[in-house]
Design a protein around this ligand. Sequence first.
Ligand code: ZN
Length: 239
Amino acid sequence: MLSVATKRTQAARFAHWRPGLWRFHLPEAGGVWAGVTDRTGSLESLQTAAVFPQGMVMAGQVHGASIASVERIRAPGRPIAGCDALVTQTLGLGLAIRSADCLPLFVWDPVQGVVGMAHAGWRGLAAALPCRLIRFLQQRYHTRPGDLWVGIGPSIRACCYDVGPAFESRLAPWVQEERGRRTCDLIACAAAQLREAGVAAHRVLDSGQCTACEPDRWYSLRREGEACGRLISCIGFRT
Ligand SMILES: [Zn+2]
């Protein structure tokens, strides 16, 4: 159970912004915009409100751990195939992913001026996508992990994420059994990987939103099935 103080802090960091849109309020933001649509939002409303003059590019998303660096859009409207995370230094270019329970991870480095957007479900976490993304930023952009800020968007949480006895063994440290339920805490798993990669705990900003707990606000694949809609998360430098 979260304390009232923690809930207030979360609300200050991640809040409703405009109809259909929520955003992170980032420390040291420097022109970075990071946010997500809710059930009433759409890609069009996000593009209109977030204003990325270079356009917006989507990750193809294959539940893997591949990362692509995108500095300009070569094929407008076409997702970058085969990857679940995108990074850029280009001003005015938005990076986007779709999700309904999986974790949207928003990453920004205010020192090197680079942002990243990742889609991490249990498969991506088992493949260490958060760790790999931080390593990619270190190698490609000379990022120091201690400079990074990371936002965790609306996603399914331990309160609603029941798993079977044969669930992915690499996630076993984050599976708990209580009162006849076996649940997995994907948020804690992602946070642990980020810490391991050198990101300071106080620089991981959690939206605190559970997609399955708030059916009027978010889409949840677990609750609604494969045909449900998808939330669109996006980050980029607006200026
Ligand atoms: Zn929940």
